[in-house]
Design a protein. Structure first.
Length: 89
């Protein structure tokens, strides 16, 4: 099952979503985190910790998901580093 997170973009909220929805993602499928480009990544530098920071913390030591840069091959995305492919679990 594919899961797309696109609601409140604060770090705390996205972190909660990642924890709650990760088990719904089937191996080989994706957990996509929208709007990882905020908080200076590269837009809205004054937003504060957001989706990208939540993804970074979630991926730290996580062996069930990998970041899939292939999904960004055309360099046009609002979700840089936000395509998490489930590889285990």
């Amino acid at each position: 099952m594919l899961v797309i997170l696109d609601s409140d973009h604060s770090e705390a909220h996205v972190s909660d979503e990642l924890r709650h929805y990760q088990d719904l993602v089937s191996p080989g499928s994706y957990l996509i985190v929208e709007d990882t480009n905020i908080n200076g990544n590269p837009i809205l530098p004054d937003f504060g910790p957001g989706a990208k920071e939540a993804v970074d913390a979630f991926m730290s030591g996580n062996t069930d998901f990998v970041l899939d840069g292939e999904m960004e091959k055309f360099f046009m995305t609002f979700n840089p580093g936000g395509y998490l492919r489930r590889v285990a679990g």
